[in-house]
Design a protein around this ligand. Structure first.
Ligand code: LLP
Length: 460
């Protein structure tokens, strides 16, 4: 969250006040920092310098064309899971030759499109998919490059909904069935075995599960080598966690160093190109969801701040009970300290919102919704306007709030906008990328008409 800092009590994205962004583009709006995205990716690049490594950005985390373009310019590859994501890569100028196609249910049409585009590799998840792909490739007179996604049966120690490497998950090919599947792949004329792939889950905050999965992958690589099946690359998936509150995931450099160290001890560990499929760790902390407090209310002794963003904008709390930081865009004592406090403080970190002073006055700089009411300090549930009790974005947060105040929901750059919906016929939020003191609108707020433009009444 280093891209979002307070200066004189005002929360900035890079050099730009979030209040200015709210005035210009309205709320709710996703705000991303260009330099935070580039820096996160560059950290992987620096850690991999001098090695054969391709970091494929997992588009599903945030597939805005501007984000893809930014990463393509840094030399990123891409990890896609649908024809739609492939089209986004192509539309943004990404290189299909650096794009891997993951996913457990690729359709024939998607396979055809990916073969025609010339993707780097298909990460295949079942024997049946191998036959399917072989047929499609034959019909186009091509050979499809394949990796098998093996399921190493490693516990990623993460939320059950985002854990993918356990035996009982739907993903991948069981470790013990992998050899047979590789034999099948090697025998099919329109497939070319090029690698092995595994992805064990997301928001992993420890190096150990990655290394345990790598060990299982290397075991298979040895078995395949003994069979005469040689691989060109190892794809170790994504999954590196970020800090939402007090998690302490390994740094990008530390994770890569641990992987390199393990490969150093393998007889052929240096010969393989390494692929990764990181999503969250590239964009997660590079974005916030900017939202405004519409109403404050109290029900049965519980305080609610009803904001203009909802579960349709950011689904993670409703779906995973995920914790996101809630930052006041203007600190409650900002008026008092403006001009005195000349330093910047880093936003984020557990408990930073607890420092709100209950008595200090606040002013919202929002012109239209300006509210001069005294802020009320309370322990708030931050909820949206959607008609579901599960529609909350944060719970039990001590904040001093007035109606009209702006809030920033932290670490919302990954799986925020990408998982948003139009539930309750709510137009999806705008998206803005800040570059220094400049804001670029990279997705317009949806219009209401566009939400039902494809619908037709029945004939009379
Ligand atoms: N590769 C594969 C095959 C994946 O399934 C995923 C994520 C990734 C790469 C990227 O993982 P990352 O580096 O972003 O952790 N919606 C959930 C996360 C779902 C992740 C699904 N797969 C959330 O909001 O936490």
């Amino acid at each position: 969250m280093d891209a979002f800092t307070y200066r004189h009590g005002e929360l900035l994205a890079e050099e730009l006040a979030l209040t200015d962004i709210a005035e210009r583009f309205g709320t709710p709006t996703y705000v991303y920092s260009r330099s935070a995205i580039v820096e996160a990716f560059s950290e992987f690049q620096r850690a991999a310098a001098g090695r054969k490594v391709l970091v494929c950005y997992a588009l599903k985390a945030n597939s805005n064309l501007a984000v893809i373009d930014l990463l393509a310019r840094q030399g990123a590859g891409f990890d896609i899971v649908s024809a739609g994501e492939l089209q986004r890569v192509l539309a943004a100028g990404g290189d299909p030759g650096k794009t891997v196609f993951s996913g457990v249910g690729k359709s024939e049409a998607e396979m055809r499109m990916a073969l025609q585009a010339g993707v780097r590799c298909f990460n295949v998840e079942s024997e049946s998919e191998l036959h399917h792909l072989n047929r499609v490739a034959a019909s186009l007179g091509k050979r499809a490059p394949v990796s098998l996604r093996v399921n190493p049966d490693v516990d990623a120690g993460t939320h059950p909904y985002i854990s993918t490497g356990l035996r009982e998950n739907k993903f991948g090919i069981a470790h013990e069935a992998a050899l047979a599947a590789y034999r099948t792949a090697a025998a099919l004329p329109n497939l070319q075995v090029v690698g092995i792939d595994c992805h064990i889950g997301s928001q992993i905050t420890d190096t150990a599960p990655f290394l345990a999965a790598l060990d299982k992958v290397l075991e298979l690589v040895d078995t395949l080598h003994a069979e005469g099946i040689e691989l060109h690359h190892l794809d170790l998936g994504g999954g590196l966690g970020i800090r939402y509150s007090d998690e302490t995931p390994p740094s990008r450099a530390a994770l890569l160093a641990a992987v390199f160290e393990r490969l150093q001890r393998h007889p052929r560990g240096q010969q393989y190109e390494l692929l990764f499929e990181f999503g969250r760790s590239i964009v997660g902390n590079a974005g916030v969801l900017l939202t405004r407090v519409e109403y404050l209310k109290e029900n049965g002794g519980r305080h609610f701040a009803v904001i203009d963003a909802a579960m349709n904008d950011l689904m993670r709390p409703a779906l995973y009970e995920a914790w996101h930081e809630v930052l006041p865009v203007r600190q409650p004592n900002a008026g008092a300290s403006a001009g005195v406090d000349s330093g910047s403080t880093r936003a984020g970190g557990h408990g930073s919102q607890g420092s709100a002073s209950p008595t200090a006055p606040t002013t919202s700089s929002a012109s239209a919704a300006a509210n001069t009411a005294q802020p009320i300090e309370a322990v708030y549930d931050i909820v949206g306007p959607v008609c579901e009790s599960g529609d909350w974005l944060a719970r039990g947060r001590t904040l001093a709030l007035a109606e009209g105040d702006l809030l920033a929901i932290g670490s919302a750059g990954a799986y925020g906008m990408a998982m948003s919906s139009n539930y309750n016929t709510r137009p999806r939020a705008a998206e803005v990328i800040v570059d220094g003191a400049q804001a670029h609108l990279v997705r317009e707020r949806e219009s209401i008409e566009s939400l039902f433009a494809l619908e037709r009444p029945l004939p009379r």
